[in-house]
Design a binder for this molecule. Structure first.
Ligand SMILES: Cc1cc2nc3c(=O)[nH]c(=O)nc-3n(C[C@H](O)[C@H](O)[C@H](O)COP(=O)(O)OP(=O)(O)OC[C@H]3O[C@@H](n4cnc5c(N)ncnc54)[C@H](O)[C@@H]3O)c2cc1C
Length: 456
């Protein structure tokens, strides 16, 4: 590849804060808000034009259970529940039956406005349509995040940084170690569609399948899902076909997936129109961002394993807890492993078979735990990661990646920043017990930490 050499330049510092958070999904916003509530001045940088990340820009509009495996005890609180209450107040969230994996379905566009209100109320300095493109570093410390926005190239300085960008932009530009799995979870593009609500039942995949070959909708793709949009009964959120083998941190692959996603939506709607008695159907809005499940993972002080989450291993530095099953999508379909030992295999056409991944008499943990060390990049003193960038193996990531879990990692990172600032500590020096207490004082529902069993 040929290259050019750009002239060296001086970059103006546009803002100085106690904490700079890169990425404005709920993870990043919740980090910023929890830190601001503990007195920090916070800068928040988001490349999209709205806050909310996958939940807003990609219209992924379902939060899973906030209860333990008994289904009765709340184990996730904090800002997740605050946002649920705000959306409930506006009538734009639906509570799903507790037995279902999902618990809440919300209106993505309304969520974005609630996040705007939240950051405004906490005097967080938000940079929208601003992309972190570089970083400066002095030894183990990040010294600035360089952003590019409508005003040009500018720097934000802070004593503490959180990378909640999903792709590890700040982490990687600062030169800390990140790894990208060889097999990534697939991407999907979502669309808001009119007309589906008039169908009495979703078009059966078996009715459409015989016609797939004659259409531009390849059989290799999965059946789209469509979900209600709370507050907008005439619309449906159509989750597009899963696109496998896409590295969404690669610009060309990302562009190709957007083009393919839109083409496949149209092909699917044409199929439904032609082969069912569907009323007129039309896309009325495209998601602003591609739905991305996975790209990079930081190399941290601990890599969470599938075994640790499926067996509910308790960590002394637990900062988040959840029950969402290990859920790995691939070109063959989806395999879900539940904490109670069941395994659900869903084929591409949506048919399901049930198995067990462990014996029926094995103890069922009430939840799993995510330790603080999975957010602590090796060799970094003042940088934490939060959200899907955390360090987890393929199986563990398949479970912890969902938003009710990622939200908690953001909250933990924000509170850790406040403790580090207060006591003049590096992030590795933050005391897990104090972090645990501070998180619960602020509304989190972490269970008491228990000693790690000696054989683990
Ligand atoms: C199709 C699909 C369906 C899913 N279904 C569910 C579901 O039903 N329920 C569920 O809970 N989870 C679901 N997930 C998973 C979930 O959406 C993600 O794991 C979760 O949103 C990750 O959160 P995050 O905050 O780590 O990352 P993201 O939501 O990706 O947020 C990262 C943020 O950082 C910003 N950013 C990135 N780079 C930069 C930069 N350089 N500068 C500034 N900003 C930057 C991004 O724009 C984004 O706002 C699904 C995912 C997909 C793709």
């Amino acid at each position: 590849m040929t290259s050019i050499t750009e002239p060296a330049r001086a970059t103006p510092v546009c803002h100085e804060a106690d904490l700079c958070v890169i990425g404005g999904s709920c993870t990043g916003v919740f980090a910023a808000v929890r830190a601001a509530r503990l007195g920090l001045s916070v800068a928040l940088v988001e490349q999209n034009t709205l806050l909310g990340g996958m939940a807003a820009a990609a219209q992924v509009n379902e939060w899973h259970s906030v209860n333990d495996t008994s289904g009765t005890r709340r184990i996730i609180g904090g800002l997740t529940l605050e946002i649920v209450e705000r959306l409930r107040h506006r009538g734009v969230i639906q509570e799903l039956r507790p037995a279902h994996r999902g618990q809440f379905r919300f209106n993505s566009a309304e969520l974005a406005v609630e996040l705007d209100d939240l950051v405004r109320a906490h005097r967080i300095r938000v940079f929208l349509a601003a992309r972190c493109v570089a970083a400066t570093r002095d030894g183990a410390r990040v010294t600035s995040a360089i952003i590019e926005d409508r005003s040009g190239r500018r720097a934000i300085t802070a004593p503490f940084f959180i990378d909640a960008s999903g792709d590890g932009t700040l982490l990687r530009h600062a030169g800390f170690v990140a790894e990208k799995p060889t097999v990534l979870q697939p991407v999907n593009l979502q669309a808001i569609v009119a007309g589906f609500h008039a169908l009495s039942a979703p078009p059966a995949w078996s009715d459409l399948q015989p016609h797939l070959a004659s259409r531009a909708y390849p059989e290799a793709n999965s059946q789209p899902w469509f979900f209600p949009v709370p507050g907008a009964p005439d619309l449906r959120n159509l989750f597009g076909a899963r696109l496998n083998g896409i590295d969404a941190s690669d610009a060309d692959a990302y562009t190709a997936a957007l083009l393919d996603g839109r083409r496949l939506h149209r092909a699917y709607l044409d199929l439904v129109r032609t082969h069912t008695s569907a009323p007129p159907l039309a896309v009325v809005a495209w998601a602003q961002a591609l739905g991305v499940r996975e790209t990079w993972h930081a190399r941290c002080h601990h890599r969470l394993t599938g075994d640790e989450i499926l067996r509910g291993h308790v960590f002394t530095d637990s900062i988040a807890q959840g029950t969402y099953p290990v859920d790995i999508h691939s070109a063959e379909g989806t395999v879900l492993r539940y904490l109670d030992g069941r395994e659900e295999r869903v084929s591409r056409d949506g048919s399901t078979t049930w198995h067990r991944w462990q014996a029926g008499d094995a103890p069922v943990p009430s939840c799993y735990h995510i330790p603080y060390r999975t957010l602590l990049p090796r060799e970094a003193d003042n940088l934490l990661v939060a959200g899907r960038l955390l360090d987890a193996d393929r199986e563990a990531f398949g479970g912890v990646r969902v938003m009710v879990n990622m939200n908690q990692t953001g909250e933990a990172a924000g509170v850790a920043a406040a403790l580090a600032r207060r006591d003049s500590l590096t992030f590795p020096q933050v005391n897990p017990a104090l972090l645990h207490t501070a998180l619960n004082t602020g509304g989190s529902l972490l269970l008491p930490p228990t000693k790690v069993s000696p054989n683990r």
